[in-house]
Write a new protein. Structure first.
Length: 213
């Protein structure tokens, strides 16, 4: 795998975590009135404060697995789990997007947390999906990055290629929300989510089939 291929893989796979509506995203919409685009950027900073240590923590076992004494079976298991998880997330996104009975109205009307950075930290920590994503899908990205670039350069590459998407998504969605533009459950939002499930299924199937090669 080339560096370019790895970068594309990180971007397209990361979509499954970045665009997922959750506590962090809804807090971002609520606080958007206080600062628009920059409120979203500050929330992304808080999110990054939690995310980087999580990536480093999850990478520690993979450093041990990189030992020549460890068989490739462990990495095949990681690929299989990552692939199945991506397919599952893709199916969930499709079902939620096409379903009329979704939970898009789950938006807190008010919040006592008015500092975006603190909100970014808190709502990342209380989101179980965040940790589930990194331990299932993200661990595959960590594994491939370390295999390609070694440690710690692989982790640095993964973090920076992934994290800019958080800043872009949270910043832009906060800006649009502050302007009164409907961000979620609009026609364009649903179309984009359905479109972005295509690479999820592609990489999910590819990761799963790589186990048998």
């Amino acid at each position: 795998m080339t560096l370019f291929d790895m970068g594309l893989q990180i971007i397209f796979v990361s979509v499954s975590g970045v665009i997922s509506p959750g506590p962090l995203f809804f807090a971002n919409l609520v606080l958007s009135k206080n600062g628009g685009f920059w409120s979203g950027i500050k929330i992304a900073i808080g999110h990054s404060i939690v995310e980087l240590p999580v990536i480093i923590l999850y990478s520690i076992p993979l450093i041990v697995l990189s030992s020549p004494n460890v068989t490739s079976g462990a990495f095949k298991f990681i690929s299989f789990i990552g692939g199945i998880s991506l397919i599952a997330f893709g199916i969930i996104y499709v079902v939620k997007t096409v379903s009329k009975n979704n939970n898009s109205n789950y938006i807190v009307k008010s919040s006592r947390i008015q500092k975006p950075i603190l909100a970014g930290i808190l709502f990342t920590c209380v989101n179980p999906f965040f940790f589930l994503w990194w331990i299932s899908v993200g661990i595959k990205l960590i594994s491939d990055s370390i295999e390609l670039l070694g440690y710690p350069f692989g982790i640095a590459f993964l973090f920076f290629v992934h994290v800019w998407m958080d800043y872009a998504w949270l910043g832009l969605s906060s800006y649009f929300a502050s302007r009164g533009i409907k961000v979620i459950q609009s026609y364009y939002h649903n179309f984009i989510i359905l479109l972005l499930t295509i690479p999820l299924f592609y990489y999910g199937i590819n990761f799963t089939l790589s186990v048998f090669r």
